[in-house]
Design a protein around this ligand. Structure first.
Ligand SMILES: NC(=O)C1=CN([C@@H]2O[C@H](COP(=O)(O)OP(=O)(O)OC[C@H]3O[C@@H](n4cnc5c(N)ncnc54)[C@H](OP(=O)(O)O)[C@@H]3O)[C@@H](O)[C@H]2O)[C@@H](O)CC1
Ligand SMILES: [K+]
Length: 501
């Protein structure tokens, strides 16, 4: 699913009204109706809903929601900010709101801000949506501060008011609503999935409103939102005559004294994702632990407490880095490994830290290799960034220059390709921010490469399955108790849930 800019959304909006032969007012009714359904499902009528409406179509959405909630006997008050002009669809919905004697308070100055000190207030933020083109100032900005300061439950319609849909580098960050939930229409907005806006977005819910799919696909965008539909048809099926040799031999180069668990997690994940054979090349100190915890994995020993000998390549698909440490001898072997093969590697954790310091080796990394840093590790490669756009821009340049894939881990892990496309992963949850989760991802991605997926597909599918396995695990253990082994244990369920749909 594409991620679009504000102007592109407007265009799709227009094409949808034409192809479906409906008016923009009808489209608004549909969109806001879907938001109202979500609210009705998630909140009882014991709460008082304060709906803040701006002058454009976002405000129009707010009025439709207010009308639907009122018709279901919810307690609703609408607040309108004074403005020179209101959009046509706003005006028409305001008339409907007045016709049902909806409770309306207009706000012309700061003294008219309502008292928000009641426990049961839920705020619906329909001040501004995808139409803003400059930072919010004046009375509207004061109102946004006031709402944020009240620390109430806030449901934003489409996008937290004040946030631009994509690049917020030039925005003022003190006049943006801090939402609890954002009900975003049809497609995720880039700003909602970038970590820099985490204080505003709250939990994002994508509300389907039936926009024209062809019109969306026709828009040019190098941002893609990855859901199952994107890759379901690429998942390889196994035939009865398959042999383990058909699914490749993975080599996990991992572990050091005290961090053998990383090797265990990565190699087990490779097996669970379907690699035919897995060998863990680890220091001797982990031999017994690995053999007894995953008997299906073969062990090749390297060094006593850390990797220090020539790594055996032997046509394996190699995932390197989890728990290896940055001992000098390990460094030497990792740098040597990079120069000894032309096959794509998955490079993670300390292998990334080792390479970060050796810029002259970057050109030697086999093309189409996959780097899987978390943001801190990645900043060691491209330097600190001022905002997420700068981070993505520099990563695109890097990926193009070295012909590598970069998977930046986070709430919405993004895969940056050598062509400069960005694939944002939609699955996963906060419980996965736990020790060993990244080691599991390394094992998953290299295990997909070994089964014949390209680097791009292995990254995108791997991230999605990793997140989905985590989501299934969350149902069983809850976010707080989820551990990395639970992700591995649910890889099979993740596959099944996609195949059974
Ligand atoms: N996508 C879809 O398919 C659908 C989208 N829908 C909804 O439409 C929303 C987009 O609506 P929109 O285009 O009318 O813009 P919106 O965000 O309400 O704001 C525009 C108003 O704000 C004003 N304004 C702008 N910047 C400002 C500033 N800094 N400070 C102060 N004022 C500022 C601007 O005034 P002007 O720039 O002319 O001065 C204008 O009056 C979208 O988010 C979704 O909720 C659904 O209803 C149907 C399906
Ligand atoms: K809004």
């Amino acid at each position: 699913m594409k991620i679009l800019s504000g102007n592109q959304l407007k265009e799709v909006d227009k094409i949808t009204t034409e192809t479906q032969n409906i008016s923009s007012l009808e489209l608004m009714e549909k969109a806001a109706g879907a938001c109202a359904d979500w609210i009705l499902k998630n909140y009882s009528n014991k709460q008082a809903f304060y709906v803040f409406c701006g002058p454009g179509n976002n405000g129009g959405d707010g009025l439709v929601i207010a009308r639907i909630l009122k018709s279901r006997l919810y307690n609703v008050t609408v607040f309108i900010t004074s403005n020179i002009a209101y959009s046509d669809d706003f005006e028409q919905n305001f008339e409907l709101w007045q016709r049902i004697s909806g409770n309306t308070i207009s706000i012309n100055n700061e003294d008219e801000f309502p008292n928000l000190n009641f426990e049961n207030i839920v705020i619906i933020d329909a001040l501004f949506g995808s139409g803003i083109n400059r930072p919010i100032k004046g009375l509207a900005a004061d109102l946004i501060h006031y709402i944020n300061a009240a620390k109430k439950e806030v449901i934003s319609i489409d996008i937290p008011s004040g946030l631009y849909v994509d690049n917020n580098a030039t925005n003022l960050h003190n006049a943006i609503i801090k939402s609890s939930h954002t009900l975003t229409l049809e497609l995720p907005k880039l700003a909602l999935i970038l970590p820099e806006n985490k204080n505003y977005s709250g939990e994002m819910h994508i509300i389907s409103i039936g926009l024209d799919k062809n019109a969306i696909e026709k828009q040019e965008s190098n941002y893609e939102w990855i859901t199952e539909e994107y890759f379901k048809d690429f998942l390889k099926k196994r035939n009865r005559f398959s042999h383990k040799g058909d699914f490749g031999h993975v080599k996990i180069v991992a572990g050091s004294k005290g961090k053998i668990g990383a090797a265990i997690l990565a190699s087990k994940a490779s097996l669970r994702i379907g690699a035919g054979l897995v060998t863990a090349e680890i220091p001797d100190c982990g031999y017994v632990a690995l053999q007894s915890s995953v008997p299906e994995v073969m062990v090749a020993s390297n060094g006593k407490n850390f990797i220090k000998k020539r790594i055996d390549l032997n046509d394996h698909f190699i995932g390197v880095g989890p728990g290896i440490g940055t001992n000098d001898e390990t460094k030497t072997e990792i740098l040597r490994l990079i120069t000894r093969t032309n096959d794509p590697l998955v490079i993670d954790a300390d292998a990334l830290n080792i390479l970060a310091e050796k810029k002259e080796y970057w050109v030697k990394i086999p093309i189409y290799s996959i780097l899987t840093p978390h943001p801190k590790e990645w900043s060691r490669w491209i330097g600190n960034w001022n905002n997420d756009f700068e981070k993505l821009d520099r990563t695109i340049k890097f990926a193009k220059q070295y012909c590598l894939y970069v998977v930046i881990k986070g709430a919405y892990t993004v895969t940056v390709t050598p062509k400069g496309d960005l694939f944002f992963n939609s699955s996963g949850n906060a419980g996965m921010a736990t020790a060993g989760s990244g080691d599991v991802l390394t094992g998953i991605i290299i295990g997909l490469l070994s089964q014949g997926y390209t680097s791009g597909k292995a990254s995108v599918i791997g991230n999605y399955l990793h997140g989905l396995a985590g989501d299934i695990a969350k149902e069983k253990f809850g976010e707080r108790s989820l551990i990395a082994s639970d992700i591995i244990d649910n890889i099979g369920n993740a596959y099944e849930s996609i195949m059974n749909q």
